[in-house]
Design a protein around this ligand. Structure first.
Ligand code: NAD
Length: 297
């Protein structure tokens, strides 16, 4: 039977990395009982720090009040126990590492644990939901619901696969609005949804300019930032996304241009330089040179 928006009371987040911690926090802010599951105790421990920073920023901008803080924190529940995570879940948002086999294993692990009604969504950036659907145990209740940053970039892609029940995109549209996102519908499966498909063309071109030795990281970013009037260029963006995630995406492409760039990205990843989350990537954080006032002068 089709779920209605008011039937969604408990949200379960699988994976509390860069995106999972944001989606979970957004749901808790918007009143949902939210359970966040991760396999790693370190990740769970580390996730509360960026969440606090986001809450402080929302406070400063008047988007939440001091009195909201305790109820928001009280709505967040953290666990490493799959059965506890799955219990009573109405909607699941999966944000585990961008690897097909890993995602499939996680869905298989959880398949017997979900209540019958639970709607499953994946936040995958570049995989197709149909590559995962048969591993969920309930392909008709599975759909892609892909966030961007959640707080500063608020578009959410809704992308059904061929067996997704017809009522689900509409429900996810309402849910997306309820958690302050801008829902867009991708009517047929395509890698990278809408924005990421466009973004990939830009990041791939930046990578090719670099690996061909045509310009420095800084000048490629300067060129983009100075013309588009944006605070960050392609390499700064990749640092924010995470160079491991960028490598999964670029490395999956078989053309020689992507493979050359993947070789470079792999060197960064193997050195533990994953971007903002590890403090080093193409730039050094928390004060990357592209944020300096004189970067564009
Ligand atoms: N980073 C972005 O900007 C971004 C944007 C949109 C969507 N996404 C997508 O969100 C997903 C997660 O990306 P991320 O950047 O948050 O990655 P991340 O590496 O920051 O976090 C991944 C999390 O998954 C956890 N994990 C790994 N194996 C697990 C398992 N077996 N069970 C439970 N948890 C497990 C890790 O411990 C980690 O906390 C990916 O599919 C990615 O494509 C990322």
């Amino acid at each position: 039977m089709a779920l209605q928006l008011h039937d969604i009371k408990k949200v379960c987040i699988l994976g509390c990395g860069t995106l999972g911690l944001r989606i979970g926090l957004r749901c808790a802010i918007d009143g949902y009982a939210t359970t966040i599951y991760d396999i790693s105790a370190e990740q769970i421990e580390a996730a509360t720090r960026p969440q606090q920073k986001i809450l402080q920023s929302l406070l400063r901008h008047g988007q939440i009040q001091e009195t909201d803080l305790s109820p928001i924190i009280a709505r967040l529940h953290w666990t490493q126990d799959p059965a506890e995570a799955a219990a009573e879940s109405d909607l699941v948002s999966e944000s585990v590492t961008e690897q097909l086999e890993l995602k499939r294993r996680v869905y298989e692990q959880f398949a017997p644990l979900w209540p019958e009604r639970t709607l499953l969504t994946t936040n995958t950036s570049y995989l197709l939901p149909s590559q995962i659907a048969d591993h969920t145990g309930r392909p008709e209740l599975f759909c892609a619901l892909h966030f961007h940053d959640v707080f500063t970039a608020t578009v959410v892609d809704i992308m059904p696969h061929p067996s997704t029940a017809a009522w689900i995109p509409d429900l996810l549209h309402h849910f997306g609005k309820r958690i302050h996102q801008i829902p867009v519908l991708v009517e047929q499966e395509t890698p990278g949804y809408l924005f990421n498909a466009m973004l990939m063309a830009v990041l791939g071109s930046a990578g090719a300019l670099l690996t061909k030795g045509l310009a420095s990281i800084e000048d490629i970013d300067r060129s983009w930032m100075g013309n588009m009037n944006t605070p960050v260029g392609p390499f700064g963006m990749m640092d924010q996304i995470g160079l491991d995630t960028a490598l999964h995406v670029v490395g999956a492409r078989t053309d020689s241009r992507s493979q050359r760039f993947a070789t470079l990205l792999r060197q960064y990843v193997e050195a533990g330089k994953l971007g903002v989350k590890t403090g080093t990537g193409f730039y050094q954080y928390p004060q990357p040179s592209y944020k300096r006032k004189d970067f564009l002068h």
